[in-house]
Design a protein around this ligand. Structure first.
Ligand code: IPM
Ligand code: MG
Length: 368
């Protein structure tokens, strides 16, 4: 059988640096576990714009549709701020999500024991935290029509449209319920049914999918603003949170910060199963391109490394190997290896991006 295929899109800013460490991990799995991937690499975001005048070339899009999984670093940077909206780096990422129909975005927020002190919240509030935000990723206000900046009378008006169909809500709800069954069996759905019709429909459809297909899972509903508050107050009350595209964007950044560092959190964006049974999938760190530290070897590669662990689990049925990689990261952190973003007030000498990657490879070796 052919090796599974991976398309690597390092992107901009710290993307290429953190992806270089993931490539070491991929090589390790080939050498030490006989898990070989056919890896190809291409451009996305500002890097693609510089080369082709577009943040995602059609040929790259076509490749992404064919491979078993896409691994993406990060996109964007100040150099591209003045570009026309239609060719901004972010449009490349949004095109991938939309055309691959990656409707279910899994964003775990997990607090590693060794880092519980880094959270801006009290240690007892975050220690042992393990929640999963399931963010709808291909619809809602990010993509709804009409959209644009129009002229009305003597002034301009900016318009975006929050729009959800029943089937769009139902499919992301199903993916949240499926996940919950493999975790703490609890889903909290968040919307603003008190002010938005799309929120009323969201709540109804999630409840219906629950009652008809997943009555065994515990379901609750919360207004998204109250959800944000509860996330900061007592996050451990949650297991799986399912929410729309925009609320998911905000809530997942807040949840990420609970864990101490945005540099730690991976994500998986999943679509419908392909002919080979694997879901269409793109894996990326939750953090951005961090242009302020790009090219300095300061970035934390763990979020990107853990994104590859998610690929092992969700695309390649290698749950045990995903566990191995996650444990290796845990060990490295427990041993006190820290990139600059993980330095506490007591200081110390941070390791470089490459040193962190090497430490994870060494921990993988030690796991054999
Ligand atoms: C994210 C990012 C993106 C989003 C940007 C880069 C388009 O913030 O993945 O959370 O808003 O979805
Ligand atoms: Mg975001």
């Amino acid at each position: 059988m052919a090796n599974p295929s991976l398309l690597i899109l390092p992107g901009d800013g710290i993307g290429p640096e953190v992806m270089a460490e993931v490539k070491k991990i991929i090589d390790w799995y080939g050498d030490k576990r006989g898990l070989r991937f056919d890896v190809s690499e291409d451009l996305v975001g500002g890097a693609a714009y510089d080369a082709h005048g577009t943040p995602l070339a059609d040929a790259t899009m076509a490749k992404a549709q064919e491979v078993d999984a896409v691994l993406l670093g990060a996109v964007g940077g100040p150099k591209y701020d003045k570009l026309d909206f239609s060719v901004k780096p972010e449009r490349g990422l949004l095109r991938l999500r939309k055309e691959m129909d990656l409707f279910s975005n899994l964003r775990p927020a997990q607090c590693f024991d060794a880092l519980a002190d880094f959270s801006s919240l009290k240690k007892e509030v975050v220690a042992g935290l393990d929640i999963m935000i399931v963010r709808e990723l291909t619809s809602g206000v990010y993509f709804g029509e009409p959209r644009g900046i129009f002229t009305e009378g003597n002034e301009r008006v900016g318009i975006n449209t929050q729009r959800y169909t029943e089937s769009e809500i139902a499919r992301v709800a199903r993916s949240a319920f499926e996940l919950a069954r493999r975790r703490g069996n609890k889903v909290c759905s968040m919307e603003k049914a008190n002010v938005m019709e799309s929120g009323i429909l969201w709540r109804e459809v999630v409840q219906k999918v629950h009652d008809e297909e997943y009555p065994d899972v515990e379901l609750s509903h919360m207004y998204a603003d109250a959800g944000a508050m509860q996330l900061c107050r007592w996050p451990k009350q949650f297991d799986v949170i399912v929410t729309d595209n925009l609320f998911g964007d905000l809530l997942s950044d807040a949840a990420a910060m609970l864990t101490g560092s945005l540099g730690m959190l991976p994500s998986a964006s999943l679509g419908a199963p392909m002919a080979n049974g694997r879901p269409k999938a793109l894996y990326e760190p939750v953090h951005g391109s961090a242009p302020d530290i790009a090219g300095q070897g300061k970035a934390n590669p763990i979020a990107c490394i853990l994104s590859f662990a998610m690929a092992l689990r969700y695309s390649f049925d290698q749950g045990a190997e995903a566990d191995r990689l996650e444990k290796a990261v845990e060990k490295v952190l427990a041993d006190g290896v820290r990139t600059a973003d993980l330095m506490g007030p007591e200081g110390g000498k941070p390791v470089s991006t490459a040193e962190m990657g090497n430490a994870v490879v060494a921990a993988l070796d030690a796991s054999l």
